[in-house]
Design a protein around this ligand. Structure first.
Ligand code: ADP
Length: 290
């Protein structure tokens, strides 16, 4: 993990990260023989360098439009698998909420629904990975990253992604879901006030999703994300289609993309997702142990 976090940072000097930087990072990673690694500034990379899947925790990516529920399913899976759920949107919001020098600059970008520069994202992600590594974390489920092909190339240059889950939902539902999102300002939990009940038409399936209502003690503390207004959500969906959809193709070509059409809300979707991921037994074991 140290390798990943340092190299991500190294790969994005001044926001000029390129595929060439990724290739250089990859060369650096793969050319390190154990003896040569000793004393090398990146010596710690030896420990984590492209370890076989059997020797480490999963390294997964969750893709999907704003509002699709990446955070919900990625965080459930992270608890099930015992790996950290790392959402770059959360890292950006933490920075926004701080009094750090980046906050004002970020607010302007995020509140328009635009993407933050690679340099900022790589720095935030590096810091988060470093903190996790210090606490003994291994593996990850990334959510909201990579969001451009350039980010995917750089990530590919520094570590192996085992699988990419692409969550899908019709666009009219995505908008409603984003507009219904609320966060409890005190406990930080996410809720959704929207009750989705749309008919199947024009080849699109009918879909029903119950609202995810907060308990009484959160009700008076609910806040709406500043970027969850209709205008900004539409802009984010547009940007997703332009910048992030090509990332699906990138991973499809590598044979790593698992497409998952959400059949409904959490009660219908979660068991199906576990089924396609072959994780039903894992959940049963965990429930039995609880
Ligand atoms: P969404 O609900 O649109 O999936 P996120 O919570 O993932 O939103 O991200 C919120 C905002 O943070 C994005 O609109 C963008 O400004 C910024 N952001 C998050 N991840 C990235 C990334 N990988 N690259 C650039 N900007 C990002």
């Amino acid at each position: 993990m140290a390798a990943v976090q340092r190299l991500l940072r190294a790969a994005a000097p001044g926001g000029s990260a390129t595929a060439a930087a990724a290739a250089a990072a990859r060369r650096r990673m793969t050319s390190l023989a154990p003896s040569a690694a000793a004393g090398f500034p990146f010596a710690a990379e030896e420990r984590v360098r492209r370890r076989p899947m059997a020797e480490r925790n999963v390294q997964w990516v969750f893709l999907g439009c704003p509002g699709v529920g990446k955070g919900t399913y990625a965080s459930r899976l992270s608890r099930l698998l015992g790996v950290p759920h790392i959402a770059t949107g959360d890292l950006v919001r933490d920075e926004l909420a701080s009094t750090g020098p980046l906050a004002a600059q970020l607010a302007e970008i995020v509140n328009q629904g635009k993407l933050v520069s690679d340099e900022i994202i790589f720095n935030l992600l590096s810091k988060r990975l470093k903190k996790g590594e210090d606490q003994g974390e291994s593996g990850f489920i990334l959510d909201g990253f990579p969001r451009t092909v350039k980010q995917a190339e750089i990530l590919d240059g520094v570590t192996d992604i085992d699988m990419v889950v692409n969550l899908k939902l019709r666009e009219d539902v995505l908008l409603e879901k984003c507009l219904g999102r609320r966060i409890c300002g005190q406990c930080g939990k996410n809720f959704n006030l929207a009750c989705i009940d749309v008919k199947g038409e024009n080849g699109l399936p009918a879909i029903y999703m119950e609202p995810l209502l907060p308990p009484n003690n959160c009700m008076s503390k609910l806040i709406t994300r500043a970027d969850d207004t209709e205008e900004v959500v539409r802009n984010r969906l547009r940007i997703y289609n332009d910048m992030s959809q090509p990332v699906e193709g990138f991973y499809r070509e590598q044979g790593k993309l698992l497409e998952f059409d959400l059949p409904g809300g959490i009660p219908e979707s979660w068991p199906k997702l576990l089924q396609v991921l072959n994780l039903e037994d894992q959940e049963e074991l965990k429930l039995a142990a609880a």
